[in-house]
Write a protein of this length. Structure first.
Length: 307
């Protein structure tokens, strides 16, 4: 194995390459989380200091599943919320409620790799043909039947294969490569190609809408209010949140709708706390706080509305 321009190259180098990359990514996340800033400031710091650690390797390397698992865990750490309470897609769509999106690792990976194939290394096809010819001549037929272009002891895909996959819409990875390929084709002549590709891929790679996420979370949390939840005008609600001058208030609403407050009930603590506002016989859980008189009565009085 040898290291060349930041990449470990050679047989059986995958684990070493991924371990070093994710360790640096994880360290940046920990430093940002330790600052205890609000969501918008945290997202800005993450997009500037953490996700950029992955950007260089994203041009040529398809990130493994463990990278996306670390990304999901990082949002819990950064936002101080229960694991996956924001669902898989929500962190990348917070701009719709007036805050700042986190950059999606998968979108970054695919957009950077596509830009590399189109702009940075446009002659990759010639290299691919040469590798294909060498594989036909020297590799055993058992590997060629599986369309392998490198020996079995080489545990990473050839870089040119990754670039070819990017241009084809990542058919070996995604369930809907046709939609991805069409989106990529529409951005091929764009001046800022990676930015345009990222915008095109976001709704494809993260298709769940905010209303769908909120409905699912609320129905799970308050099943007895299913009819009322279905009747909510989510477009109007999201419009109000987006116009809120302080995005902190919007994120508080999102955390409530997603049951993302770290109550002792939500965190499954061994020692369950009682209501933080002093209600006797009531537990520390979101279901109680939504109707807690000691919480809501002062709010109603301040707003001069009836309970």
């Amino acid at each position: 194995m040898l290291r060349y321009l930041g990449f470990w190259l050679g047989p059986q180098c995958k684990d070493k390459l991924i371990a070093a990359l994710l360790a640096k990514y994880k360290d940046r996340i920990h430093k940002i989380a330790s600052a205890y800033t609000a969501q918008a400031a945290t997202a800005v710091a993450y997009n500037r200091d953490a996700i950029t650690v992955m950007g260089y390797h994203a041009q040529l390397l398809v990130f493994p599943r463990e990278a996306y698992d670390l990304e999901a865990k990082s949002f819990s750490h950064l936002l101080k919320i229960p694991h996956r309470s924001f669902a898989t897609d929500l962190p990348f769509k917070l701009k719709e409620v007036g805050s700042v999106n986190f950059t999606s690792l998968q979108v970054l990976n695919f957009a950077a790799m596509y830009r590399t194939a189109i702009k940075t290394i446009p002659d990759w096809e010639e290299i691919y043909r040469a590798l294909h010819a060498a594989a036909d001549e020297y590799l055993p037929i058992s590997l060629r039947v599986d369309e392998k272009l490198c020996p079995a002891f080489w545990d990473t895909e050839p870089i040119v294969c990754n670039l070819r996959s990017a241009v084809q819409g990542f058919p070996q990875i995604l369930q809907n490569p046709r939609a991805v390929k069409q989106a990529l084709r529409n951005t091929r002549n764009s001046k800022h190609i990676q930015k345009q590709v990222s915008a095109a891929l976001l709704p494809i790679l993260h298709p769940m809408t905010l209303p769908a996420i909120f409905r699912k979370r609320l129905n799970s949390m308050l099943p007895e209010l299913g009819l009322h939840i279905r009747a909510i005008d989510w477009d109007a609600a999201l419009s109000v949140l987006k116009q809120t001058k302080r995005c902190f208030a919007s994120i508080c609403c999102v955390k409530t709708w997603c049951n993302a407050w770290t109550t002792s009930a939500r965190m499954h603590d061994a020692q369950q706390m009682s209501c933080l506002f002093g209600c006797e016989g009531e537990s520390d859980n979101i279901q109680h706080y939504l109707r807690c008189e000691r919480l809501w009565n002062p709010i109603f009085q301040r707003l001069r509305i009836s309970p």
